[in-house]
Design a binder for this molecule. Structure first.
Ligand SMILES: Nc1ncnc2c1ncn2[C@@H]1O[C@H](COP(=O)(O)OP(=O)(O)OP(=O)(O)O)[C@@H](O)[C@H]1O
Ligand SMILES: [Mg+2]
Length: 436
C-alpha cells in the first residue's frame, strides 16, 4: 500500500462499525446482557445515544466493576445506564483525517484503555470505531511511509551516486584541461629546440662536407696545392667558427633542455596515471605526502604563478585509503584554495603530520576566507558562492563524503579576509569501507 492510496479524509469510514446504539434509559442489568450479544462482541464499550446524538459510553470494564461490587447488581441493576456511563465519550467526526483522529484519541483516551470511540457525522451518531482498528490502520500507514521513505532513500542514494560520478567527470575535465596545458608548455620548447638543433645540424653537415672536399683534394693523383690550401682555410675557419661561436655548447644545453622537457612530460603522464589509479581504484597503502605532490602536478594549472606553495611535510606513516578518491579530495581543496586567492601574494601551505591514530593533511590558504554564516553550509551539496556555471557547489560535499567513508574527518577553520584552513584526518587503522 502506498501513502497515496490513503485518502486524506475518509479513512475513518473504513473503521466504522455500524452497531445499534443504546438509549440512556437502558437498564444497567440489560446492558450487562447486551455485552454478551454477538453484535457487540468486539466492542470495549457501547455507545449511548439520545435522539441520534451521542451522549455517553458505557464500558465492559465499568460493568464488571459494578457487578463485582457487593450487591452491585441489586443496587444498580434497575437503574438507567445514564447514571453510570461516561458522559463525555470520545467522538470522532467521520470526515476527520486518520492522523488527526489518532492524535485526538491518543490524547483523550484513559488508561487502561477501556473504551472505543464514537463516530459521528454532523454531530449525529453513525457507529463505533474500535481503538484496536485505529491502531492497526496507523501501523499500516507507518509501514507504508517507511516503505516509501526507504524507496525515496534508495532514489536519493542513486542520484547521489550519479552526482559523485558527474563531479568526478567534472574534475576529470578540469584535470585534463590542466594536464593538456602542462604538457603543451614543455612540448612547445621541445619543438623549438629541435628546430634549432636542425639548424646546427645543417651547419655541421657543411663543415663535414668542407672536410670531405679537403680530403678529396689531398687524395688526388696530382694534388693542387693552391686548391688544397684554400680548402684548408675554408674548412678550418668553418670549424673554428662553429667552435668559437659557442654553438656546440648551446646545442649541448639544448639537448639537456630537451631531455628535461621530455622527462617533464613523462612525469606528468606518470602522475596522471598515479592520480587516477584507474588500474587500482581500491584501497592501497598510500603516503599522503606523495598524494599531495601528485595532486600539485595536476593542479599546477590552477595555481599558476600567482600562488607560492609551501610544503611542510612531516614524516607520516602510510594510510590505507583509495588513492584516487583521496587525490580527488586534495585536488578539490587545493582548487578551492587557489580560487579563493584574489591577490598577488597568494600562499598555499600544505602540512602533514601524524599522531597515534591519524594522519592529518592541512591545506591552508591566505585567500578571502569564509564568512561565519557560510561555514555551516559549505559542505552542503550545491552550496556555492561562485557565479552560475563556474561552481557546482559539489566539491566539498564530495570531499566530506569521501573522507567520511574512510572513517576520517574533514574540518575547516577560517578567518574572513585572512584565509582558510581545511584539515583532512584519516585513521591509521585500515579503512576498508572506503573501497565500498
Ligand atoms: N578555501 C576556501 N576559501 C574560501 N571559500 C571557500 C574555500 N573553499 C570553499 N569555499 C566556499 O565554499 C563554497 C563551496 O565549495 P565547493 O568546493 O563545495 O563548491 P565550489 O567550489 O563553489 O564549486 P565546485 O567545487 O563544484 O567547482 C565555495 O563556493 C566557497 O564559497
Ligand atoms: Mg570547489
Amino acid at each position: 500500500m502506498s501513502i497515496a492510496s490513503l485518502k486524506p479524509t475518509g479513512d475513518i469510514a473504513a473503521l466504522l462499525t455500524r452497531v445499534p446504539a443504546i438509549s440512556p434509559t437502558t437498564r444497567i442489568s440489560d446492558v450487562g446482557e447486551l455485552f454478551l450479544n454477538d453484535t457487540y462482541a468486539r466492542l470495549l464499550s457501547l455507545p449511548v445515544v439520545d435522539k441520534g446524538v451521542p451522549v455517553g459510553s458505557i464500558s465492559r470494564y465499568q460493568m464488571i466493576n459494578i457487578f463485582l461490587m457487593r450487591f452491585g447488581r441489586e443496587i444498580y441493576g434497575a437503574k438507567p445506564v445514564s447514571q453510570v456511563m461516561n458522559a463525555q465519550p470520545l467522538l470522532v467526526p467521520i470526515e476527520q483525517p486518520l492522523d488527526a483522529a489518532a492524535q485526538h484519541v491518543a490524547r483523550n483516551i484513559g488508561t487502561p484503555i477501556t473504551e472505543d470511540f464514537i463516530i459521528t457525522e454532523n454531530g449525529r451518531y453513525l457507529g463505533v470505531g474500535i481503538v484496536l482498528d485505529l491502531l492497526r490502520a496507523m501501523e499500516q500507514r507507518v509501514a507504508a511511509s517507511t516503505a516509501s521513505l526507504a524507496e525515496a532513500y534508495g532514489q536519493l542514494k542513486a542520484s547521489q551516486a550519479q552526482l559523485v560520478q558527474s563531479e568526478k567527470m567534472a574534475s576529470l575535465g578540469q584535470m585534463v584541461a590542466g594536464v593538456a596545458h602542462e604538457i603543451n608548455t614543455p612540448l612547445g620548447y621541445l619543438r623549438n629546440n629541435v628546430e634549432m638543433m636542425q639548424g646546427v645540424f645543417g651547419q655541421l653537415r657543411e663543415v663535414l662536407a668542407d672536410h670531405d672536399r679537403l680530403l678529396d683534394l689531398m687524395a688526388a693523383e696530382s694534388p693542387d696545392e693552391d686548391a688544397i690550401h684554400q680548402q684548408l682555410v675554408k674548412a678550418s675557419s668553418a670549424s673554428a667558427e662553429l667552435r668559437d661561436s659557442g654553438t656546440l655548447d648551446d646545442t649541448e644545453a639544448l639537448f639537456k633542455d630537451t631531455l628535461f622537457g621530455a622527462d617533464q612530460i613523462k612525469e606528468l603522464v606518470v602522475n596522471l596515471r598515479n592520480f587516477s589509479r584507474l588500474d587500482q581504484a581500491k584501497v592501497a597503502e598510500v603516503n599522503l605526502n606523495e598524494s599531495l605532490d601528485q595532486t600539485l602536478v595536476i593542479a599546477r594549472n590552477v595555481l599558476k604563478n600567482k600562488v607560492e606553495i609551501l610544503r611542510r611535510y612531516g614524516e607520516i606513516p602510510p594510510v590505507a585509503c583509495s588513492p584516487s578518491q583521496i587525490n580527488q579530495v586534495l585536488l578539490n581543496l587545493i582548487t578551492n584554495a587557489a580560487q579563493a586567492i584574489e591577490h598577488n601574494e597568494g600562499r598555499l601551505l600544505l602540512k602533514t603530520e601524524s599522531d597515534d591514530s591519524h594522519v592529518h593533511v592541512s591545506v591552508q590558504d591566505n585567500g578571502r576566507g569564509i564568512p561565519q554564516e557560510h561555514l555551516q553550509k559549505i559542505f552542503d551539496p550545491f552550496f556555492t558562492t561562485k557565479p552560475v556555471g563556474q561552481g557546482t557547489g559539489l566539491g566539498l560535499s564530495i570531499c566530506y563524503q569521501i573522507v567520511q567513508a574512510h572513517g576520517g574527518k574533514l574540518r575547516v577553520a577560517s578567518i574572513p579576509g585572512k584565509g582558510s584552513r581545511f584539515v583532512v584526518s584519516l585513521p591509521l587503522a585500515t579503512a576498508q569501507a572506503a573501497a565500498a
